[in-house]
Ligand binder design. Structure first.
Ligand code: BTN
Length: 284
């Protein structure tokens, strides 16, 4: 904690709120992430799109693309991501793991754990993961992850891990269709938060978990993901490509797929979809 003007300050309180390279490099404790390449846009369509272009031009692993404002922020399942200027963190990271494409979903779970740990360490908010990789506070979405892979049937060429975190987004500014279900650090703590601190902590947590993944595998990350998701045993619905399935969550397998037992006792393995929690438990 800083001691400024005689007052102790909460870890993410604000001085200036820029996230360009100079602000992030100062005190960034990573080996590669954010140092292999750092591209800052005052405004762009989508940082995932910019990062994909850079990856096609052989930008190295650890390259980061960040924007102050996205005009066409992309969410999962063809949705958009509300990305007002100065409101949130809109960050994309290029990864080049030597893994088969079936392993790629693990990276978005890994990113969810890293983003959750970032927010917990800076804000002390109770952050939970909603499968596969939404971050919730009091049942409302505070962050989301969109991982996009490029490769062939045998190997990953690159994965763009896109992370959006609602940091200083004013609660009343969320569009009507998401206003009841979205929140921000500002809305939850009542105080603005310096985004550069969040970016640095996020890159440090991402690099820590990614190194763990490459050296030890996915087991410890998955077990932290499970602690943060508290999903086992819950009655849920999942909207997926095959329609809507209802049942009880019996687990998440080693690839991050959801295991759902339906009323007939059949266990379904679901790799992607939208999870719907019953309204009475959504805010647990
Ligand atoms: C979701 O729908 O939950 C995923 C949202 C991902 C948003 C981030 S913001 C940075 C990156 N660029 C994008 O266009 N999308 C991701």
């Amino acid at each position: 904690m800083d001691n400024k003007n005689g007052f102790f300050r909460v870890p993410c309180e604000q001085d200036s709120d820029r996230v360009s390279e100079a602000e992030i490099a100062d005190g960034l404790n990573t080996r590669l992430f954010g140092k292999a390449g750092y591209y800052y846009f005052e405004e762009t369509g989508s940082t995932n799109h910019e990062a994909a272009l850079l990856a096609e031009q052989q930008a190295p692993e650890g390259t980061v693309v960040i924007a102050n404002h996205q005009t066409r922020g992309k969410g999962r399942n063809q949705r958009s991501w509300f990305s007002p200027a100065g409101g949130g963190i809109y960050l994309s990271l290029i990864l080049r793991p030597a893994i088969p494409p079936t392993g790629a979903p693990k990276l978005s779970l890994l990113a969810a754990v890293a983003a959750a740990e970032t927010l917990i360490s800076l804000t002390k908010l109770e952050v939970l993961i909603k499968w596969p990789n939404d971050l919730l506070v009091r049942g409302k979405k505070i962050a989301g992850i969109l991982a996009e892979m490029s490769g062939d049937a045998h190997a990953v060429n690159h994965v763009i891990v896109g992370i959006g975190i609602n940091v200083n987004t004013a609660p009343g500014s969320f569009p009507g269709d998401i206003r009841d279900n979205a929140t921000s650090v500002l809305a939850e703590t009542g105080a603005p938060c310096q985004r550069s601190r969040v970016v640095r902590a996020l890159l440090e947590h991402l690099e820590f978990y990614y190194s763990l993944f490459l050296t030890e595998g996915f087991e410890r990350i998955l077990s932290r993901w499970k602690e943060l998701s508290r999903i086992k045993g819950r009655e849920i619905q999942v909207d997926g490509s095959a329609g809507t399935l209802s049942g009880t969550v019996v687990g998440v397998d080693e690839e991050g797929a959801l295991l759902l037992k339906d009323d007939a006792g059949v266990i379904h393995r679901i790799l992607s979809g939208d999870l719907i929690l019953p309204p009475q438990t959504e805010a647990e």
